[in-house]
Each structure stands twice: as C-alpha cells, then as structure tokens.
Design a protein. Structure first.
Length: 177
C-alpha cells in the first residue's frame, strides 16, 4: 500500500517539522478527516520512518481502543499522567528526572489520535508539562506534535454539560486550534 499525494504531503510536512530546526517551522499540526480516510496509515508511516532513522516517537490516543491501532500506542492519560479530575490549572503527575520524563525529552514527535474527544484542560496540562520539562515556552515545549481525529465524531464527554459547555471544552475552541 502506498501514500496518496495528500498523505505524502502530510508526511513530508511532519518530517520537515521534526527535522528542520528553523525557528519559523510550525511544530503543532492537526490531521482532520472522517473515519476511513486512512489517518492511521499516515500515523504508521510517520512512526516507521522516524523510528527507522533511530529516533523516538510517542504514539498516544484518547482511548485504549484507538491506542491499540498505533504501533507502540498507549493512552494519553498513561503516558503524560493526566489527572482524571481536570480543571484549567491542572498539571500532569509526571516528575522530572524520571524515565518517563526522559522519554518525553528525547522524542522527536508526539502523535495523538482521537484528539477531539479529549477535554481542552488535558491539552493545557500536557502543554504545561512539556514546557516545564523542556524549559521552553513554545506550545508543547517546542516538541513536534500531530493531533488527529474527526471533529464530526465524539466531542469531550462533559457530565451534565450543556451543548455550549461541551463545545467550549473542545480542542477546536482553544488557542491551539
């Protein structure tokens, strides 16, 4: 199976973001597409390519089922130690100078599938974590990150939340989008 021209373009852009250290190279991307548009194939291509160069990639997903589709994938909550009870000032429970922190510092790319179903406070907590670990104030500590998913599917689940509150809690409604 081969990449089509759009998929190849995405892979080339992401590889440039990972390996081009120019200050004006964007580092945060979103791959939006409905189910069946082969987003997982793009993720797998990136994982194989970067790992094939001897570099680290961290594949995560918002659900365990989605994580199983990524080679070496885990849930975002387990990798970043995102707390279950989130608010606007939540921080991840991952300590510096640990094996997990070292893994985050060494990684060239973070691939996060099913991102639209994650509450924005989780992204803010991960952003704070990566900025603290890297000592860099750029979004996500200057790490290249590919968020992916389908905004036409499930938004974050908000207990007894109104439609307005649910939309306000989504990634699309934030400064990252």
């Amino acid at each position: 199976m081969q990449l089509n021209s759009e998929q190849r373009n995405v892979v080339e852009i992401l590889l440039s973001a990972v390996y081009n250290n120019a200050a004006d190279t964007p580092k945060c991307y979103f791959l939006d597409g409905p189910a069946g548009t082969r987003k997982t194939f793009v993720y797998s291509t990136l994982l194989h390519t970067i790992r094939g160069r001897g570099d680290d990639v961290i594949p995560v997903a918002s659900t365990g089922i989605a994580a199983t589709l990524l080679i070496g994938g885990r849930t975002a909550h387990s990798v970043f130690k995102i707390p279950i009870d989130l608010n606007a000032t939540s921080t991840c429970n991952l300590k510096p100078n640990t094996k997990e922190a070292d893994m985050l510092l060494k990684t060239k790319l973070i691939v996060w599938d099913q991102a639209p179903m994650t509450h924005v406070h989780a992204f803010l907590a991960v952003d704070r974590l990566l900025q603290d670990l890297t000592k860099c104030k750029e979004p996500f500590g200057g790490k290249a990150i590919l968020l992916g998913g389908d905004f036409r599917q499930v938004l974050p689940v908000i207990l007894r939340g109104s439609r307005t509150f649910t939309v306000a809690s989504s990634l699309k409604n934030t400064l990252f989008a």
